[in-house]
Design a binder for this molecule. Structure first.
Ligand SMILES: *[C@@H]1O[C@H](CO)[C@@H](O)[C@H](O)[C@H]1NC(C)=O
Ligand SMILES: *[C@@H]1O[C@H](CO)[C@@H](O)[C@H](O)[C@H]1NC(C)=O
Ligand SMILES: *[C@@H]1O[C@H](CO)[C@@H](O)[C@H](O)[C@H]1NC(C)=O
Length: 370
């Protein structure tokens, strides 16, 4: 009788296998199921060092939401891959999660004492540092529903990202790609659908003597546009430094800069979509060589200012980061003649640990973690 009850009731217990053996065990997140080619890490769909790099099938409320390839040595993701199907507005006030299955030996006690986690970053690794945000790879702002948004708040989906970059130009990349995908990635069923891979390059410094600090971030999407019957793709990257800017990139440049082949050949990042449909996104989220008030503390920042959206020629080279426009608050805090870009990165991130533009109010919304 007991056995019968067990057999009946066991399957209703959610068994979430998140860390899986191969990328093929977590289908649905790559164009034609073809993962990126990353020299020495991921070759021909096979992970070279399976002890170090783990495939996390990011499952939340029993649904597989996205995929992360995680580097347990560097304790940052190599990339997160997801399907963009449109996005819900807002940002949940969600605590950051860890991935118990990355640990060899885990029990409830070690879950509570985060310093016993050996194979991943924890909240406390970030909490004493004001310079770095927990920067999402799969951003909350690209998630289709509330639970999907909540699922992005896992430390396995985050890298130490300079605050002014995360809240500044990288946030703009997220908005610009969202705009492109919503308007140009319409599949045969008439639905928005695009495949996105966002990754991080390791750097030469560590956070809390443990986490490899990302030197560059990149993001690329690819989709089939059924209206025009073309494959459509774009790629972006930026240095993870204060007041960093992004650049739009070509397939060749991505390969040359990162050695990574992100998508199959058919997504060769050609701007092959009717420009009347891509132009509005370029206009709304233009490339600006100048770094503007993105670095200001939230209390003095109103991002609804249209003056900020001065359009620059898209091919102009970035201006020197030593001459940013600053707000009066920053100027007042800077009594020396030091270049404001040096001072502002500290001033600005203290109250801006985890900020995001709120699309409804056009203001920055921030939360802090402890
Ligand atoms: C179109 O995209 C939607 C949302 O991702 C998906 O459910 C559907 O299967 C796709 N249709 C085709 C024909 O690919
Ligand atoms: C890291 O250090 C190596 C050797 O000193 C150097 O070649 C490389 O450019 C550095 N990388 C970054 C991102 O600073
Ligand atoms: C970060 O990771 C890269 C690649 O794995 C490695 O070469 C580098 O030494 C690491 N940096 C630190 C500071 O650990």
């Amino acid at each position: 009788m007991l056995l019968f009850l067990l057999l009946v009731f066991l399957p209703t217990v959610p068994i979430e296998t998140e860390v899986v053996e191969t990328l093929a065990d977590c289908p649905g997140f790559f164009v034609e199921e073809k993962p990126p080619e990353i020299p020495n890490i991921l070759v021909g769909g096979n992970i070279r060092d399976q002890n170090r790099y783990k495939v996390i099938c990011q499952t939340f409320e029993d649904i597989r939401r996205f995929l992360t390839l995680y580097d347990t040595d560097n304790k940052i993701p190599v990339f997160s891959a997801y399907r963009f199907t449109g996005a819900e507005k807002g940002r949940p006030n969600e605590p950051w999660k860890i991935e118990p299955q990355l640990e060899d030996d885990i029990n409830m006690r070690s879950l509570r004492q985060s310093d016993t986690l050996r194979n991943q970053a924890t909240d406390s690794d970030y909490s004493n540092n004001k310079r770095y945000h927990k920067g999402h790879l799969y951003p909350n702002s690209h998630a289709p529903d509330w639970d999907a948004k909540r699922s992005t708040f896992t430390l396995t989906n985050a890298v130490p990202q300079v605050g002014t970059f995360n809240g500044g130009k990288w946030a703009q990349v997220e908005k610009r790609t969202k705009c492109y995908m919503e308007n140009n990635c319409i599949n045969a069923s008439g639905k928005i659908e695009a495949f996105v891979v966002t990754g991080a390059e390791p750097g030469n410094e560590t956070l809390n003597n443990k986490i490899n600090i990302t030197s560059k971030m990149w993001s690329a999407f690819c989709c089939h546009n059924s209206r025009d019957d073309v494959w459509y793709s774009k790629a972006y990257w930026g240095d993870n430094v204060p007041n960093s800017n992004w650049r739009e990139s070509s397939y060749e440049e991505m390969k040359a800069t990162f050695g990574i082949k992100i998508f199959p050949e058919k997504c060769s990042f050609l701007n092959n979509v009717d420009s009347s449909r891509t132009h509005p996104c370029e206009k709304e989220y233009p490339f600006q060589s100048e770094i503007t008030t993105d670095t200001a503390p939230p209390s003095t920042t109103d991002h609804s200012s249209p003056a900020e959206k001065t359009t620059c020629p898209p091919n102009s080279t970035p201006a020197s980061p030593m001459t940013p426009k600053t707000t009066t608050t920053l100027a007042a805090a800077t009594k020396t003649t030091q270049p404001t870009s040096i001072t502002s990165r500290y001033t600005s991130v203290i109250n801006e640990e985890d900020c995001e533009d709120d699309e409804e109010t056009n203001r920055k919304r921030c939360r802090s973690w402890g």
